[in-house]
Design a protein around this ligand. Structure first.
Ligand code: NAD
Length: 462
């Protein structure tokens, strides 16, 4: 991304080519967007839920209709392989459909006070103007996962997308306008100055909610800032998912699940399997099969239909991950297969299976965010669980065993908000998405997703 005058350019990470130039929002634009959202709030909050639902349902239909164009945009600005980009559009659109359905089912309850002297009515109210901050790795889904429940709840919102991928966010805002969302319901602020813009939003009187998805480091900082005005926060942060393979696992299924859990979006997913904890008895066989599958993946630009794995978001990410692989190799780890060829231009990294990784190597302790699979072995289940949980993160985990009782027992022992049991994917708009420990606060999707944008109000009636 380069700043040009009052705009900045968005680049294709596969080629470095300029995709578009967008305006670079600053503090003034942030204040104006929050003002516009505040003006639109009373009207939108008073709009009947059915009408809000219809806008979201139309947005779902428009997104599905525009799958090809949106997938192309996602691929161009993030480098995501076409199959992954198309899958993301479907997943992202589904949040509009899910929350269109939730919008017309407001929660609430009615009761008689224990002393019989009053009645209580408990109703959800929209929390107010929401500031939404999203990362670059799912440029569509991270946006709709916040925008859809915010609008369903009757909130208006200002979205600050990642500077790497503002174009998909702008396209989704246009879709919402076409679907009938009123002016001011959603403002979008592409910017190269995220700290200034988000600070301006958090300091604005009308902003009552911050919903953030991104790294734990930035999340911590924003929680501190939000404390200044006691802004309601939802946080979807980093992960370090364990992928447990038991001795009795169906290894074909485990390899298939591992390919999704590790290589979807070139490993740049918060739910990506980060550490493969494989039982001693099957470690050789699992590692060999995974290595063979990794070596067979095609690495290339998203524009090439044969590409399985696109580039990483930038050259810095390639250097960071390569440095961690080199550190593990210097400490006794080894590559399980020769790396696949990668194009000479662009931020590419060949997928790698790395065996005998020391448990305290950065490759095992830190979020990799790339297509590298470190293998750690175990024989004592208690030791395996302790290793799996020895991290500040607690987002996703995976367990493979053909004994469902064992799989569920291990699953419950993992300190993770989401566990894939004999499955390599946990993301589902109808299920609560979110993490334990320092992977986040609150849940997105499901029933919980709309609750995050509501206050509970109690009316005590004589
Ligand atoms: P990031 O934290 O660097 O950026 C996320 C967003 O915060 C971007 O919009 C960025 O511009 C903004 N930002 C950065 N610094 C800021 C500051 N000082 N003040 C205000 N805003 C700021 O993360 P990233 O590199 O874009 O995304 C990768 C991270 O996101 C990974 O850690 C990944 O696990 C996490 N993630 C989590 C989930 C989840 O649902 N839990 C989903 C996707 C990504």
């Amino acid at each position: 991304m380069t700043v040009i005058g009052c705009g900045f350019t968005v680049h294709d990470p596969a080629t470095g080519e300029v995709v578009a130039t967008v305006p670079d929002a600053g503090v003034d634009e942030a204040r104006r967007a929050a003002d516009a959202a505040a003006s639109a709030l009373p009207g939108w909050a008073a709009t009947p839920p059915r009408r809000r639902s219809e806008v979201l349902a139309r947005a779902h239909g428009l997104m599905v209709e525009q799958t090809d164009a949106l997938a192309l945009l996602i691929s161009r600005e993030s480098g995501k392989a076409q199959a992954d980009a198309r899958a993301e559009v479907g997943y992202a659109a589904e949040f509009f459909r899910w929350f269109a359905e939730e919008a017309v089912r407001p929660d609430g309850h009615f009761g008689l006070a224990p002393d019989g002297r009053s009645r209580s009515i408990v109703v959800p109210q929209p929390v107010g103007v929401a500031a939404l901050v999203t990362p670059w790795n799912f440029p569509a889904a991270m946006v709709t996962r916040k925008v859809a429940p915010a609008l369903a709840a009757g909130c208006t919102a200002v979205l600050k997308p990642a500077a790497e991928t503002p174009l998909t966010a702008l396209a989704i805002a246009e879709i919402l306008t076409e679907a009938g969302a009123p002016a001011g319901a959603l403002g979008v602020l592409p910017t190269t100055r995220p700290a200034e813009v988000v600070t301006a939003l958090l300091e604005h009187d009308a902003v009552r909610k911050l919903s953030f998805t991104g790294s734990t480091a930035v999340g911590r900082q924003l929680l501190r800032q939000a404390a200044g005005r006691v802004v309601n926060c939802s946080m979807e942060l980093g992960g370090n998912a364990p992928f447990v393979v038991c001795a009795d696992a169906d290894l074909d299924a485990a390899v298939e699940g591992a390919l999704i859990a590790k290589l979807r979006n070139a490993g740049q997913a918060c739910t990506a399997a980060n550490r493969f904890l494989v039982h001693d008895a099957v470690a050789e066989e699992f590692t060999a099969a995974l290595a063979e599958a990794f070596a067979a993946r095609t690495v290339g630009p998203a524009a090439d239909p044969d590409t399985d794995i696109g580039p990483l978001i930038d050259a810095r990410a390639v250097r960071r991950i390569q440095g961690r692989v080199d550190e593990a190799l210097a400490r006794g780890a080894s590559l399980a297969h020769p790396p696949a060829p990668v194009p000479g231009v662009g931020s590419f990294l060949a997928p790698l299976v790395v065996r005998d990784v020391p448990r305290d190597a950065a490759l095992a302790t830190e979020e990799i965010f790339g297509p590298v699979a470190p293998i750690l072995t175990w024989s004592d289940p208690r030791d395996m669980i302790a290793t799996a949980n020895a991290t500040e993160y607690g987002l996703a985990g995976y367990v493979y065993s053909s004994d469902i009782d064992r799989a569920l027992t291990i699953g419950r022992s993992l300190q993770c908000g989401m566990v894939g049991v004999n499955r390599g994917v946990v993301s589902d708009p109808a299920a609560p998405f979110g993490g334990m420990k320092q992977s986040g606060l609150g849940r997105e999707g499901a029933r919980e997703g709309i609750r995050a944008f509501q206050e509970t109000q109690f009316l005590s009636v004589a």
